[in-house]
Design a protein around this ligand. Structure first.
Ligand code: ADP
Ligand code: MG
Length: 589
């Protein structure tokens, strides 16, 4: 079965590149040219929509940028097509950066709306500018020549189109399996966890948006030399929607879904354009209606697109364990035992009229385990969020190793060495346990998008995975590293989050109810791990409900009730306090 997997791509690539040399009729070569061009655009949408969860209706406009740049430079300026390619990519990337910078920081539907506006505006420009030929467009584009060899518009160009499409697909596959790729894959699950691992979600979003725009521009550039004329209509919003349709049909979450979708839509469109007018008796774009029906049926019975049917025959391969002996990742200087690490000074958080955290203060020294306990709703998790920058403070101050970190974004705080887990587990269910944990190592690597696409990041990747496995082994989960995180029970998911936090090489670890949902044996094992960490000099702040668990583990305990600090003391003092007992008895039972 693994051989099928390994040979699938080379076989497909070989077939598509050799197709022009085979006795295939010209008609099918032309169809295949279209499919390659559409697949390039769809690939960008797979990354953008399927992987990152962002929607763009304006991809056709980016195709237009590439096509018009090629046409204008070739016809009006007689410039080199390669210069036009670079310029087209530059213009599309520039437009994507401007659009993205304005909309990607905002949540909600700003990006889809902005891409619609962008698509309309560009189409209007093409159709109304004298120098772009208005509705007639630009005619008489020469064919492409490489080393004196004329590619023409059929078999020769087929090789170039598919070379671009296949290389782009490979680059996307490589990207998704890399440090920046995991950051992109984490976008769909909300920003909180990714940011807490040090990822700039804005940058990751902008990156995919730019990649999608560049792929579209390349497709447009090829399109211009394929059609030898450009006019506004192939770059309209309607076409932008058709591209989205292709990826949804083919499989929006899969690189190869882009190819399948492009192929099915192109071939179906041709058949329907011939068949439907004959059936109905008049001509018109009836295929749109059929596509609409198909979309509804596919979304109902195969929400992951047609590719999911193909994927069943291609087994998922476990990651080859190639990181044995990889050099360790860089580690940070750890504070000396007893150093004042964390100062929480009168922090306050109000949600409207509710004071969730009411001027709470406490300190933590390096090497200590401090417990934060209190009944449900006491404000413990909110306090965690204030310390780690997930929430903004109403007032008060947080200092870490003497530095004021109040109001810093959570990824800046993570960079300084504070890591955390979440009361409600936050992970990427469709990533393996190992990949989830490797996400924690994000700040300890540096490979960027281009390096990842070119597969020049493997040495660093081995280091990241070696570290991820080491942390998993530490909590006793190394044997489950290849499982999908979403398939784990709650207990192991919590442990995985701890491994991920440890993978950041923290100096201070904040655990929000790590023992909740764990069985007795798992709890004991967790206690052992935490004691081990303390023995290694790790500092821990621990929110816990299980009194016995904290009692045996912590040096000091801060008790909260209704947002205020009720008392602070040793476990024995807290246990003996009538006020604490009243707080727990009063609200818990
Ligand atoms: P704990 O972790 O101690 O159980 P929390 O910190 O989660 O308590 O919650 C403290 C109080 O703040 C609760 O009353 C909760 O309902 C409220 N709260 C927490 N988060 C929000 C929020 N985002 N918006 C409004 N109220 C919130
Ligand atoms: Mg809580």
């Amino acid at each position: 079965m693994n051989t099928i997997r390994k040979l699938a791509f080379p076989a497909f690539a070989l077939l598509m590149l050799a197709l022009p040399a085979l006795p295939v009729p010209d008609f099918w070569i032309t169809q295949s040219n279209y499919i390659g061009l559409y697949a390039l655009v769809s690939l960008g949408l797979v990354l953008l929509t399927g992987v990152a969860g962002l929607t763009s209706f304006g991809q056709a406009a980016f195709v237009g940028v590439g096509a018009y740049t090629a046409a204008f430079l070739a016809v009006k300026l007689s410039a080199s097509p390669w210069l036009a390619l670079l310029l087209g990519i530059g213009l599309a990337a520039g437009a994507a950066i401007v659009l993205g910078a304005i909309t990607l920081r905002m949540s909600g539907h700003y990006l889809p709306l902005a891409t619609i506006a962008w698509g309309l505006a560009l189409n209007y420009t093409m159709a109304n500018m004298e120098w772009l030929g208005k509705y007639d467009g630009i005619l008489g584009i020469p064919t492409l020549k490489i080393l004196g060899h004329d590619l023409g518009t059929g078999r020769g160009l087929h090789v170039l189109i598919w070379l671009f499409a296949l290389l782009a697909a490979l680059a996307c596959v490589h990207l998704l399996d890399s440090r920046p790729g995991r950051a992109i894959r984490s976008l769909k699950n909300g920003a909180t966890m990714a940011e807490a691992m040090g990822i700039s979600t804005f940058r990751a979003k902008l990156t995919v948006f730019v990649i999608a725009a560049i792929l579209a521009a390349i497709s447009g550039w090829l399109f211009a030399f394929f059609q030898r004329t450009v006019s506004p209509s192939p770059f309209s919003i309607a076409k932008g929607i058709e591209y989205l349709f292709m990826v949804v049909l083919g499989g929006v979450g899969h690189v190869w879904g882009a190819f399948l979708g492009a192929g099915v839509v192109k071939l179906l469109e041709d058949q329907l354009q011939v068949l439907l007018p004959r059936l109905i008796g008049t001509s018109g774009s009836f295929e749109t209606i059929v596509f609409g029906v198909i979309l509804v049926v596919v979304l109902k019975y195969a929400p992951e697109g047609l590719w999911s049917f193909v994927a069943r025959w291609i087994p998922r391969a476990d990651r080859v364990r190639d990181w044995e002996g990889a050099p360790p990742l860089p580690a940070r200087d750890k504070p000396a035992a007893g150093e004042l690490l964390l100062q929480v000074q009168a922090v306050r958080k109000e949600f409207g009229g509710l004071v969730a955290v009411n001027d709470v203060s406490f300190e933590l020294r390096a090497g200590e385990i401090v417990g934060l306990i209190g009944p449900n709703g006491a404000g413990k998790s909110t306090t965690f969020n204030l310390i780690t920058g997930v929430l903004g403070l109403t007032s008060g101050q947080v200092r870490y190793r003497g530095e004021d970190i109040t109001g810093m974004p959570s990824r800046a705080i993570a960079r300084r060495g504070i890591s955390r887990t979440f009361q409600h587990v936050k992970m990427i269910p469709e990533m393996t346990v190992l990949e989830n944990v490797a996400l924690g190592g994000y700040l300890r690597g540096s490979s960027g998008t281009v390096k990842a696409m070119l597969r020049l990041d493997r040495a660093e990747e081995r280091g990241l995975f070696a570290e991820a496995e080491r942390q998993l082994a530490r909590i006793g989960m190394a044997d489950r590293m290849h499982e999908m995180a979403g398939n784990l029970a709650l207990g192991p998911q919590r442990l995985m989050e701890i491994a991920r936090a440890l993978c950041t090489d923290p100096a201070l670890l904040l655990l929000d109810e790590p023992a909740a949902g764990l069985r007795h044996k798992e709890k004991q094992a967790l206690g052992k791990v935490l004691r081990l960490l303390k023995g290694e000099g790790m500092s821990l702040l621990l929110v816990e409900h299980d009194m016995d668990f904290v009692m045996g583990l912590t040096d000091r305990i801060v008790v909260m009730e209704f947002g205020t600090r009720l008392m602070e003391g040793t476990p024995a003092e807290v246990q003996a306090s009538p006020a604490v007992r009243a707080a727990y008895l009063g609200t818990e039972h």
